[in-house]
Design a protein around this ligand. Sequence first.
Ligand SMILES: [Mg+2]
Length: 164
Amino acid sequence: MLKRFYPAYIYKSVADIEDDFFKKHNIKNVLLDIDNTLVPYTLEKPNEFAISFINRLKKEGLNICLVSNNSKSRVTLFNSDLGLNVRYRASKPLTHAIRSAMKSMGAKPSETAIIGDQLFTDIYSGNRMKLTTVLVEPLEAKESRFFQLKRHMEKKILSIMNNK
Ligand SMILES: [Mg+2]
């Protein structure tokens, strides 16, 4: 029942994903969340941290698509210097944006990873699509009460998962 929310891999941040991770798991395509995964919500443009991770993926020859539930204006501004493939208003955990991104990349589920900070959107949608799911800790702790409740529930699920 809770399994649908379990990530396959957990890292403190995208910077902690091992050098050989994508090769080892035969990943050729990466769907990347933006908010609290690459940058805090409050940052409009990619910082050094985000750019260096994206450059690493590019260097490894991976196809990249930013898949965000945030607005067109947020995602477009964030991507303005990156020029990546994007899907905004993705409505994760619904899968239509992910399907469309994967179709545009010619991506097979077995060769695709999704990286994000939320169990109920990023990880759940990735599991629904049978992708390799990678959870990172949110970059920014200061969030609304609604998000705090979600975080609380996420922590509970992860602790159940870890105790199995
Ligand atoms: Mg996020």
